[in-house]
Design a binder for this molecule. Sequence first.
Ligand code: UGA
Ligand code: MN
Length: 323
Amino acid sequence: MKSVLFSRFFILLPWILIVIIMLDVDTRRPAPPLTPRPYFSPYPVGRGGVRLPLRRGSSGRVAEKRNESRPQPQPQPLLPTIYAITPTYSRPVQKAELTRLANTFRQVAQLHWILVEDAAARSELVSRFLARAGLPNTHLHVPTPRRYKRPGLPRATEQRNAGLAWLRQRHQHQRAQPGVLFFADDDNTYSLELFQEMRTTRKVSVWPVGLVGGRRYERPLVENGKVVGWYTGWRADRPFAIDMAGFAVSLQVILSNPKAVFKRRGSQPGMQESDFLKQITTVEELEPKANNCTKVLVWHTRTEKVNLANEPKYHLDTVKIEV
Ligand code: UGA
Ligand code: MN
C-alpha cells in the first residue's frame, strides 16, 4: 500500500512542479499598458515628441536593461498635438511629394495631418495614399474657384481656410486641448527638429526659412529675445516678412480668433502670411524659435516641373499604373 502511494506521488510530482513554475512565470509578466496607443508605432517618444527608433539586434543594451527591471506604467506628459494643414493639388509629382511628407510626419509624435485637396471631390489617389500612410489624418477638399487659378494670384487660400474651419469645428464644444497649428505646403522640406521647436509655441512662434525670397534664407531679426525686424530680400515692407513655412500658431489663438482667415479680397501673392498674422498677433508678441532664429530647420524647396515630353499619346502601356 505504502509503495503504491509512493509511486503515485512520484508520478504526480513533475506535473505539480510544472504547474507551480507556470503560475510563477505568469505573475512576472508586465502589466498591460493602462491606455492603448491610438495606432501602432515602432518608436518611443523622445524629447519634443520626435519618435526615436528602437535599438535592435546586437546593440541590445537598452532592451536588456528593460528586462531586468519590471516596466512601471509612466504617466505620459500631455504633449500638444501638432496639426499640419497641407494644401495639395493633382499633378504628376503629387504622390511623390506626399510620400516625402508622410515619411517625415510619421516620425513625429502626436501629429495630426489635415490634408486639403484643391479639388471638387476627394481623389482616389489621395484617399488610397492616406489609408496606407500610418498617420492620424483628416482628408478634406475644396476647389479653388476658376477665376483665382491664375499666375500671380495667391494659392491655397480656400484650402487653408477649410483646414482652419475643421479645427475650429472639432474643438468648438470642448476646452481647448494643447495644440499647435502650422501650414505645411506639400513641396517644402521639414527637419524633425522643427517639430520640437514649434511644439512649445505659446501664441505665435517664428523661425528662419531656407531657400526663399531670392536668398539662401529669410529670418526674423531678434534682439533680447524679441523680433525687431526681418532679414529678407523681397518686399521688406511686409508687416510680417515671413513665408508660410516660417511660423506656428497655438490652437488656443486659433480658437479665440474665430474670424481670422486667409483673404482673397485685396490679397497679393506673398502678403497672405502678413494678412493672416495681422489678425492674430503683433510683431512684439512673436516667440523666436530655432536658437533666436539663427538655424534653418525648414526649406522652401520647390519641385521642378517634371518633363513628360516623351509620354505617348497612342500605344500606351498595357497596364494602368498610378504614379
Ligand atoms: C509660396 C508660399 O510658400 C506659399 O505658402 C504660398 O501659398 C504661395 O507662395 C502663394 O503664392 O500663394 P510657392 O512654392 O510659390 O509658395 O507655392 P506652391 O508650393 O505652388 O503652393 C503652395 C501650396 O498650395 C502647396 O502645398 C500646393 O500643393 C498648394 N496648391 C498650389 C494648391 O492647393 N492649388 C494650386 O493650384 C496650387
Ligand atoms: Mn512651394
